[in-house]
Write a protein that binds this ligand. Structure first.
Ligand SMILES: [Zn+2]
Length: 302
């Protein structure tokens, strides 16, 4: 946990502000995915700040002075919950945040304390419903706008879920074998009937160091399983994934072809939005496994 940043030390403990109930809705979201959902619901006029930056780990955060100012003025703070943000309450205290706290993962069926709920579009639908309801509480004057924007976005997530199901159906079930950097895609794997063989870094966090025996074990597992590839993630160095893929004699997908799991990509990249990132991930996996990627429905085209 990284909390002891300079900004926090300078800010100390502020008293809670009363956020403005007029003008644009101001939202601070912890993760890049929740910020993207919030932009969709808040609409063009909403001012949305993401605390975790594109391509950064979702498991650590050190606030800047600008983050604290944004939070101090926010109508709503939207967190993932499930232990992903142990730093949240100290950042809240330091900022003087006085708005509505929304936990986006409320009502999601949690598997084994795994916080990576957003990776499945079916969970994203639940998170967006929570964001709509929470923003309606924070800014009742904009309730109808959030409902309208939210429904339009939910329709796109449903299209994304259907398209993803169709794409994976083109790969025989026994060939959908996933090896990633860290154990980040459990909900996605569950919802699309993919076999998760293992991760290179042990566990749900992304800063654990694998031992030589861990590395050897995953290489053996890949060889024995017939897995076609190792998939690196945009937030983690691809070096170890490349070494393991080479030792196991399989392809490695990294760089522009890395999967977006913990964080979305920067502006202008395929992973700049949640829908774009999911389309990218599905396309990379289905292609690696020899399947065929169906054309995108009109509602999902970039
Ligand atoms: Zn993670």
């Amino acid at each position: 946990m990284m909390v002891a940043g300079l900004a926090l030390a300078l800010a100390g403990c502020a008293t809670a502000n009363t956020p403005a109930q007029t003008g644009p809705v101001r939202v601070v979201a912890t993760t890049t995915q929740i910020a993207d959902f919030s932009r969709a619901v808040a609409g063009e006029d909403g001012i949305v700040t993401a605390l975790i930056r594109p391509n950064q780990s979702a498991h650590a955060f050190d606030p800047s002075a600008r983050d604290l100012v944004a939070l101090g003025e926010a109508n709503a703070l939207i967190s993932n919950g499930l232990g992903l943000e142990p730093w949240l309450s100290s950042v809240e205290d330091a900022s003087g945040f006085g708005g509505t706290l929304i936990v986006a993962s409320a009502d999601v069926t949690v598997m084994a304390d795994d916080p990576h709920v957003w990776t499945s579009p079916r969970n994203a639908l639940i998170m967006v419903a929570n964001i709509i309801a929470g923003l309606q509480l924070a800014r009742p004057d904009m309730s109808a706008t959030f409902a309208k924007n939210g429904s339009a976005y939910e329709a796109r997530l449903t299209l994304l879920d259907d398209w993803t199901t169709e794409a994976f159906a083109s790969v025989p079930a026994d060939q959908r074998i996933l090896v990633t950097n860290h154990d980040s895609l459990a909900y996605f794997v569950r919802d699309y009937d993919i076999r998760f063989l293992g991760s290179i870094l042990p566990g749900l966090d992304d800063n654990a160091e694998p031992s030589a025996a861990d590395v050897d074990a995953i290489v053996q597992k890949i060889r024995a399983s017939g897995a076609a590839a190792v998939f690196s993630e945009n937030t983690v160095s691809a070096k170890l994934a490349a070494t393991i893929a080479r030792e196991a004699g399989v392809a490695v997908y990294s760089g522009d072809q890395a999967l977006y799991a913990d964080s979305l990509g920067g502006p202008g990249t395929a992973g700049a939005t949640y829908i774009g990132a999911t389309i990218h991930n599905v396309t990379v996996m289905v292609t690696a496994w020899g399947g065929s990627v169906p054309p995108l429905p009109e509602g999902l085209a970039p």
